[in-house]
Design a protein around this ligand. Structure first.
Ligand code: ADP
Ligand code: MG
Ligand code: MG
Length: 247
């Protein structure tokens, strides 16, 4: 599904990713952990196509296509979803409006007909109930005045509606209490744990991995993957620290 081969990238002339390789098959959940400043978010942004992140070497293939050649919206239409630590607020726009626009833009790019307001609401209700979430929240403005937990619920419904094949979640668990963590964990498991889908979970903490069991855990340090293991690696990292484990 995703093949990152020897990827190098810089921000404002400063090298951040330095020959990073990672292969992710359909059906797999991968976690990336690593010290602050290692380049984890940079990797997520490069995959998403954020301006200002310059790829200086290597390649990324997603669903058989050269990802780096695609515009951000084309990546989304191919089934890439990115979730971030600090979701944006969009005053004046409801979640329902926002999500219908986003979904119809992706459908359009795939040559599919747009959903009508009624069709979209039906889908939104279905996804909200699948994730045990209150539809009322979706009628509110995007993230405006949302608590941390509500933002995460909204993000999970967003992921459910957009129905991606691959999700990159960058510290989406940061600062969450146990209830919110469970919401994120359940959301990821319900929506993404399927044979034809995959997830890249970037996290500082092992605790999310109690809810979403990864198939592989990687340590990213100084712009590369320096160690790969199973779920037990995350436990060791927490107990012993990155420096000891990655040495
Ligand atoms: P992580 O997510 O692993 O904590 P980041 O990818 O956010 O790390 O950052 C990697 C490095 O890139 C850090 O040294 C950080 O200071 C630097 N960096 C991140 N964003 C910018 C930016 N916009 N301009 C300059 N340097 C940046
Ligand atoms: Mg950081
Ligand atoms: Mg980060």
């Amino acid at each position: 599904m995703l093949k990152i081969d020897n990827l190098s990238a810089e921000i404002g002339g400063k090298p951040i990713l330095k020959g990073l390789s990672l292969f992710i098959n359909a059906g797999e959940i991968h976690a990336i952990m690593g010290p602050n400043g290692a380049g984890k978010s940079t990797l997520a942004y490069v995959l998403g196509g954020r301006p200002g992140y310059e790829v200086t070497g290597g390649s990324v293939t997603f669903m058989g296509k050269d990802l780096l050649e695609l515009e951000t919206h084309e990546r989304a239409a191919l089934g890439l979803f990115l979730g971030f630590q600090y979701p944006v607020e969009i005053p004046g726009v409801s979640n329902v409006q926002f999500l219908r626009e986003a979904l119809n833009a992706q459908r359009g790019a795939r040559g599919e007909a747009p959903l009508s307001g009624g069709e979209f609401l039906k889908l939104a209700k279905e996804k909200a109930s699948l994730l045990k979430m209150d539809m009322e929240m979706l009628k509110r403005q995007v993230n405006v005045g949302f608590s941390g937990g509500e933002k995460k619920r909204a993000e999970m419904v967003q992921m459910g509606i957009l129905d991606p094949v691959f999700a990159v979640l960058d510290e989406t668990d940061s600062g969450l209490d146990i209830d919110a963590l469970r919401i994120v964990g359940d959301g990821i498991n319900t929506i993404m744990r399927k044979p034809e889908r995959a997830v890249l979970l970037i996290t500082h903490y092992q605790r999310l991995l109690d809810y979403v069991k990864p198939d592989f855990v990687h340590v990213l340090a100084d712009g590369r993957i320096v160690k790969t293991g199973g779920p037990e690696l995350a436990l060791r990292l927490e107990e012993e620290g990155y420096e000891v484990v990655a040495a």
